[in-house]
Design a protein around this ligand. Structure first.
Ligand SMILES: O=C(O)CCC(=O)C(=O)O
Ligand SMILES: [Fe+2]
Length: 254
C-alpha cells in the first residue's frame, strides 16, 4: 500500500469530500487541509486546557450524562487499548462549551454528512443517554518521551474520517518524533513536518498510525508546555449504550 499525501485548501477539500469516491479514496489518500484554524483559535483552546488543569485535579470520568470536562495524564497504563504518554483534555458541549464546539462546527458537519443519518446539530445536542456525542479532545505529548503506540481506530458511521488539528508549531515546539502512518510496503511516513499550526490532517481511522516519541533523549517534564499538541473534534459512542464498532487496537510498537 502506498499513500498519497494531498496538500489541499479547505474549499477544494469540501468538493473532494462531496464526491462519490471519497470514502474509498481514504484507503490510499491522506489530506492535509491547510490553515483551517488561526493561531488565536489554537491559543483559545490551549487556554481552555490551562483553565481546566488549574481548576481541577487530574481524573478519569465515564462518558455518561453530566460527565464533567476533565484532564488526565496517560503513562503507558497497562490496561489502555493503546499505550501512550500524554496529557489529554476532554471537553463536552453540555458543560458551557458552546463557543469551543462552534469553532469546530465545520468538522462536525463533515462527520455528520458522512454518517448519512443526522445533522451535526444532532450529535452536538446529544447527551450520552441520547446516543453518540460530540467531544473535543486535546493531546499534549511532552518532550522527553510523549507519544502513542502504533494503532488503528474503529470505523463507524460517525467516525469515517479521523480529523487531527495541528496545534503545535513543528520545528519550534519539537523537532523529533511525531505522527506517522505506516504500511508494510512503504514504511513510516511522518506527517507533522508537512503541517504548520492550524492545519488539519484528515485520514481513515483504519490506517496504521502512531506518535513516535517526542525528544526521547530528554527527561520528561509534565509541567513544561513544550512538545507536540493536537486537537481532535470527535463523535463517539457514550458509555451508556456500547456500540458494535469496537475499540482502538494497539499494535504493540512504540
Ligand atoms: O496525536 C495524533 O496525531 C494522533 C492521535 C491518535 O491517533 C488517537 O488518539 O487515536
Ligand atoms: Fe489514532
Amino acid at each position: 500500500m502506498t499513500f498519497k499525501i494531498n496538500i489541499i485548501d479547505v474549499d477544494t477539500f469540501e468538493e473532494v469530500l462531496s464526491q462519490d469516491g471519497f470514502l474509498s479514496s481514504l484507503k490510499e489518500n491522506v489530506y492535509i487541509v491547510k490553515q483551517m484554524f488561526s493561531p488565536d483559535t489554537i491559543n483559545f483552546v490551549k487556554s481552555q486546557c490551562e483553565q481546566l488543569e488549574k481548576l481541577n485535579p487530574a481524573s478519569w470520568n465515564p462518558c455518561v450524562d453530566h460527565c464533567p470536562d476533565y484532564h488526565r495524564k496517560h503513562y503507558n497504563y497497562p490496561k489502555a487499548y493503546v499505550k501512550s504518554i500524554q496529557h489529554a483534555y476532554y471537553f463536552h458541549r453540555w458543560n458551557g462549551n458552546c463557543q469551543l464546539f462552534s469553532t469546530f462546527y465545520r468538522i462536525f458537519e463533515w462527520k455528520a454528512k458522512l454518517a448519512e443519518s443526522s445533522s451535526a446539530e444532532t450529535y452536538l445536542s446529544h447527551v450520552p443517554s441520547d446516543g453518540p456525542i460530540a467531544r473535543i479532545v486535546v493531546h499534549h505529548y511532552p518532550k522527553g518521551g510523549g507519544g502513542q503506540e502504533e494503532h488503528i481506530d474503529p470505523e463507524s458511521p460517525y467516525a469515517r474520517i479521523q480529523t487531527i488539528v495541528q496545534a503545535s508549531v513543528p520545528g519550534r515546539d519539537f523537532s523529533q518524533g511525531g505522527l506517522y502512518i505506516n504500511s508494510e510496503t512503504t514504511g513510516k511516513a511522518y506527517l507533522d513536518g508537512l503541517t504548520i499550526q492550524g492545519d488539519l490532517i484528515v485520514m481513515s481511522p483504519a490506517i496504521k498510525h502512531g506518535v513516535e516519541s517526542i525528544h526521547s533523549e530528554q527527561s520528561l517534564d509534565w509541567e513544561s508546555k513544550e512538545g507536540r499538541w493536537i486537537i481532535m473534534p470527535i463523535i463517539i459512542n457514550s458509555d451508556v449504550n456500547p456500540d458494535e464498532y469496537g475499540k482502538p487496537q494497539g499494535l504493540g510498537k512504540q
